[in-house]
Write a protein that binds this ligand. Structure first.
Ligand code: PNW
Length: 448
């Protein structure tokens, strides 16, 4: 066996999300999402950037898939924009929106690319925020049920891999707790806990929809961005401390999904801020899934403090990071996060649904972008994933975030995660060095 090679049938692909690449924010009857609204509020997004045009993938998808195929990708994780299908979040279906994804999926398949569809990647229809308070209210999960039914019924003949929600933490706590993301609210811990619960209910409906209407061979899972803790030394005590930190930090999502309960320690700590749960909710939330998607970008180092208590270390200022300052170069995260998820919750299949690096890349020089920084960054993560496979962590696939530069949420177009450079004025795409490199990885099924 060649060194650094991956198991047969390991899935390699690219990832992106509708609101970050499609543009056409109000085209063909699409309703506004909370991100369309948020981006229009002063000071929310860097440089006042909006999602209106972005990469114009809505109109350019055929060219984009041709390029993706040319780069050798056989799998692509995309998301469907809920407000294209239901401009008001529920009620009347927008047939132009449904047809758009029919054309999109057909075009992918023609290029030999298998779709992995995320049902929700943060673009909540604004109407649900206005009418129900968005994720604060369980009527949003009921609206999601109708949406999930509709898309699985519409595309289930061609789409067999489904992901319910992307990163519950980001659209609940960061949207309703600290206001960093849409809808930009700073509400109480009680409300934040309730938004998590509503999101979990929606996830349950996503799973149910795939089981009911997905047809033969359909599979479904959640994509979580579990907070990851890396034992500062790989000794028994530090590993145990990191494991404890992993459990405590991710308990709101992983415990209900995999064990059908809120952990007694969480309920005790939350006290009167605990979410309001209706009979049957936890059974619905914990419907069995087929895999866990994990988005892995970084981890925190942890050691065992007094009586083994986990102690998270702060990063010294000189610690290397990508240009996205939160993105510390901690490749061990991709080893320890999935390992803990598998060990603690018995997860049998893990897909890295996102990993990548954000930099302020410069425009091409003589047609080239030598993003050696990104290549090295990702390569180190891949090596840790490879190590995990050797240690029995059930990795099944890896999706690189992202195919092309796109709308990076509150950082606007300033932070580039693509392996393909996007000139947002001309819509010219230029594969970076990292894209050419990743092509070889996908082709040879090993780290080069
Ligand atoms: C993910 N963090 O977000 C999202 O799923 C993508 O849409 C996004 O473009 C990508 O990562 C890069 O940011 C994250 O602070 C945002 O740990 C922040 C964190 C993790 C993921």
């Amino acid at each position: 066996m060649k060194s650094l090679s991956f198991p047969k049938n390991f899935v390699w692909g690219f990832a992106a999300a509708a609101p970050q690449i499609e543009g056409a924010a109000f085209t063909d009857g699409k309703g506004p999402s909370v991100w369309d609204t948020f981006a229009r509020q002063r000071g929310r997004v860097k440089n006042g950037d909006t999602l209106d045009v972005s990469c114009d993938h809505y109109h350019l998808f055929k060219k984009d898939f041709a390029l993706m195929a040319q780069l050798g990708a056989k799998h692509y994780r995309l998301s469907i924009a809920w407000p294209r299908i239901f401009p008001a979040g529920r009620g009347a279906v927008n047939s132009k929106g449904v047809n758009f994804y029919n054309r999109l999926i057909d075009s992918m398949l023609e290029c030999g690319i298998t779709p992995w569809v995320t049902m929700f990647h943060w673009d909540l229809p604004q109407a649900l925020e206005d009418d129900f308070g968005g994720w604060r209210d369980r009527r949003t999960a009921e609206a999601f049920a109708q949406y999930a039914d509709t898309i699985v019924q519409s595309y289930g003949d061609r789409v067999k891999n489904w992901i319910t929600l992307n990163e519950i933490l980001c659209f609940t706590r960061l949207g309703y707790g600290n206001g960093q993301k849409a809808p930009g609210l700073k509400l109480s811990e009680k409300i934040v806990n309730q938004t998590y619960h509503t999101a979990l209910l929606a996830h349950g409906h996503g799973v149910r929809a795939v089981r009911e209407y997905g047809g033969k061979g359909a599979r479904v899972g959640l994509t979580d961005n579990s907070e990851i803790f890396i034992p500062v030394s790989e000794t028994k005590h530090d590993i145990e401390a990191a494991r404890q930190a992993f459990i405590t930090s991710n308990t709101r999502v992983l415990e209900p999904i995999f064990r059908g309960r809120y952990h007694p320690d969480f309920l005790k700590a939350a006290g009167k801020d605990a979410p309001k749960v209706m009979p049957g909710d936890l059974k619905h939330i914990s419907r069995p899934t087929d895999f866990l998607g994990m988005n892995v970008y970084f981890g925190n180092f942890v050691r065992a403090g007094r009586r083994g208590k986990p102690e998270t270390l702060s990063f010294p200022p000189s610690f290397p990071s990508a240009d996205a300052s939160w993105l510390r170069h901690t490749p061990q995260a991709i080893y320890w996060g999935p390992r803990f998820a598998a060990e603690i919750y018995g997860v049998k299949g893990i897909y890295i649904t996102e990993n990548g690096a954000g930099y302020k890349d410069y425009p091409p020089v003589k047609g080239e972008i030598l993003d050696l920084h990104r290549r090295d960054y990702i390569r180190n993560y891949l090596k840790e994933m490879h190590r995990g496979i050797g240690d029995g962590v059930p990795f099944k696939g890896y999706f690189l975030w992202s195919f092309m530069d796109n709308f990076e949420w509150e950082d606007g177009y300033d932070m580039r995660f693509g392996v393909v450079y996007c000139d947002f004025k001309t819509q010219k795409r230029t594969p970076k060095l990292s894209a050419r490199w990743f092509t070889r990885i996908m082709a040879e099924n090993r780290i080069v």
